[in-house]
Design a protein around this ligand. Structure first.
Ligand code: ADP
Ligand code: MG
Length: 616
């Protein structure tokens, strides 16, 4: 199934009543467009004929009545004119002309009212579809594994949520509605043309397929350009994002020029693509309009000769014919634009479906085990792990974390410590061995209820552009203000929060930019404390800090760890001397385990690390 069909089935189908209402009123609009033009015909006849010539006109129309299929229109016209004649005699020509004009005005009014109603339903449809699509994309982003974001550019994801969804809302849905309306419009206009003059209409029938051919060949070559353009727009956004985030580094290293160059390359490429695309896209509508105009001129010439030679055609029919033919150009042009838009837009639906169908990778079993507390502990059992088929990052790691104990992981950078934390949080699944929680394989647990048992503080505190209170409450939105204050106190954060201009209601800026590193970290800790989980994961939570704030944060962390099961990854060994178990890792392997005292006596790698830090 094409991506377009999938998107429509999933997102437009729920709004089908708006869709069909829109189509219905659009068709009424088209119908009245033709009828309103046709309705001018008797007025023209009256005027061109003049009151004296009315009898003559009637006779002329009667003369034209022929047998055969096209004769019925002339017969109908004759009957209608007879009826008009009758009325004119009753109320007088002038008054009747007024009546006729009022009737025509009403028809034009109706046509536009229908158009407005159609647009109303279309707006309901479009806004509904784009709302659902955005939400679905956002939910997908929330559900996707951490690994997805390390591989994708942020800008690309943002363009999908904004640009591609906008394409569906703006162009694709409209195009599809037009695919329903315009063929109908073209058909009834063509039918009217055929009735008025079959011979003239042959010309139109020759031109239309030719138009269709041009349009479809343009449309097909658009999709590739559109896809490239969207990808490149993603790059542009990524560069902007990195520039905004990396302001300090760019300035200090005078990297403005190289950032500018990167941006420039992207923008130039984008320009080239959009020129390419527009060259084709903008060709569709003018070329069909030009072809249509040529057809119209040919018709005018041919019809004009017929009239001059006094053969078959009266002037009012001819004028109306031209007006109707002019009306045929609009739907023909719209149809061609819609077809090109669909081709162009399918690049967007492809990208949306691609994201929506990305596998979440972290699967839950059908009957997951609900874990509300941990009674025994956590065991890494011969755990193996690698990031996407590359070198093994963890090999045969076995660690036992009994309930209520603190286990510290130490070792060189790149040794796989953060990876252990990632596995315990189930951001990734192990490639071999297993992680047991109270004897249950982690992969058999209900992930949501399992994560309720976890808290995490990382080296880079992750804060959101919101108030201090809301950042703390993220872990427990229903917490009372008292609880929040208490958590802040335990996290050693209360004092500095109260010094902020608006206390807990102070907005901390993007990513907490208005706070110092230690302050950010203590808010992150307060957040973990407020959640009050039985298991804590601390990944180098103090290593980004200076000694002064480290002391404050370390106190906060000690408060956090009391009465909890903790996995502590530490850079500074002084902070973990009291751990119940210290695990030394090197290149993905556990090389020593024991208490501080035991490891010192062993006189191995741990002792070396301690000695090195003494000098540092
Ligand atoms: P540590 O926390 O001990 O410094 P990590 O667990 O972060 O080490 O990294 C262990 C190894 O895994 C490193 O060699 C690193 O290059 C690699 N690695 C870490 N994260 C990823 C990732 N998302 N994709 C691929 N490789 C990674
Ligand atoms: Mg790390």
């Amino acid at each position: 199934m094409s991506s377009l069909k999938k998107i429509l089935k999933q997102f437009a189908y729920p709004y089908k009543k708006y869709f069909f209402s829109g189509v219905f009123f659009n068709i009424l609009y088209s119908l009245f467009s033709v009828v309103s033009v046709l309705s001018i015909m008797p007025i023209l006849d009256m005027l061109l004929g003049g009151s004296v010539k009315q009898q003559e006109t009637l006779a002329h129309v009667q003369e034209q009545i022929t047998d055969g299929w096209s004769g019925w229109f002339t017969r109908l016209k004759y009957e209608f004119y007879l009826y008009l004649q009758h009325n004119i005699e009753q109320v007088g020509a002038k008054t009747f002309l007024t009546y006729l004009c009022i009737a025509v005005v009403c028809l034009f009014l109706l046509r536009n009212v229908f158009r407005y109603i159609a647009q109303y339903f279309i707006v309901l449809l479009r806004s509904g579809v784009s709302k659902d699509l955005r939400l679905a994309m956002f939910d997908k982003i929330l559900a996707l594994p951490v690994s997805f974001f390390t591989e994708r550019k942020k800008g690309d994801i943002m363009i999908r949520l904004s640009g591609d969804v906008g394409e569906v809302e703006g162009n694709i849905l409209n195009a599809i509605l037009e695919l329903f309306r315009t063929p109908f419009s073209i058909l009834i206009t063509l039918a009217s043309l055929l009735i008025i003059s079959p011979s003239l209409t042959i010309i139109a029938l020759v031109v239309l397929p030719f138009m269709a051919w041009i349009i479809s060949s343009i449309g097909k070559s658009l999709k590739k350009d559109a896809r490239r353009g969207l990808n490149e727009s993603g790059n542009v956004l990524s560069i902007i994002d990195e520039t905004l985030n990396g302001g300090k580094v760019i300035k200090i290293f005078n990297a403005e020029e190289s950032m500018r160059q990167r941006f420039m390359n992207s923008v130039l490429y984008l320009r080239k693509l959009s020129i390419n695309m527009m060259k084709k896209y903008e060709l569709a509508s003018p070329s069909s309009e030009f072809l249509g105009s040529v057809a119209m001129i040919v018709i005018t010439w041919y019809g004009g000769t017929l009239i001059l030679e006094g053969k078959g055609m009266d002037l009012s029919s001819f004028l109306i014919y031209i007006a109707l033919f002019f009306q045929l150009l609009e739907p023909a042009k719209t149809l061609s634009t819609s077809l090109t838009n669909l081709h162009k837009g399918s690049a967007s639906t492809d990208r949306l479906v691609e994201t929506l169908e990305t596998s979440v990778q972290i699967y839950e079993p059908e009957n997951p085990v609900e874990l509300t507390e941990i009674k025994q502990g956590i065991t890494f059992q011969n755990v193996e792990f690698q990031y996407e088929e590359k070198q093994p990052v963890l090999q045969d790691v076995t660690i036992n974390i009994p309930i209520g104990k603190t286990v510290a992981i130490v070792g060189q950078s790149g040794g796989g410590k953060t990876t252990l934390a990632n596995l315990l949080a189930r951001f990734y699944d192990v490639s071999g061995g297993k992680i047991l929680i109270d004897g249950h394989d982690l992969r058999d647990l209900n992930l949501k209820s399992y994560r309720k048992l976890l808290g995490m503080v990382t080296q880079e505190s992750i804060l959101f552009h919101d108030t201090i209170a809301n950042n703390i409450k993220l872990s427990n939105p229903n917490a009372s203000m008292d609880d929040v204050m208490n958590a802040a106190r335990v996290a050693n954060a209360l004092e500095f929060i109260e010094r902020q201009p608006e206390g807990f209601d102070t907005s901390i800026g993007e990513g907490g930019a208005k706070l110092s590193g230690g302050q950010k970290q203590r808010i992150a800790i307060a957040r973990a404390i407020l959640k009050n989980p039985p298991v804590m994961i601390l990944d180098e939570a103090t290593s980004a800090l200076d000694t002064q704030s480290e002391r404050l944060v370390q106190e906060a962390l000690d408060n956090l760890m009391t009465n909890r099961t903790s996995l502590v990854i530490a850079h500074r060994l002084s902070t973990i001397i009291n751990a119940d178990l210290i695990v030394v890792m090197e290149r993905g392997k556990v090389i020593e385990q024991g208490t501080h005292q035991e490891l010192l006596e062993k006189n191995g790698t741990y002792k070396n690390l301690i000695d090195m830090q003494k000098f540092a």
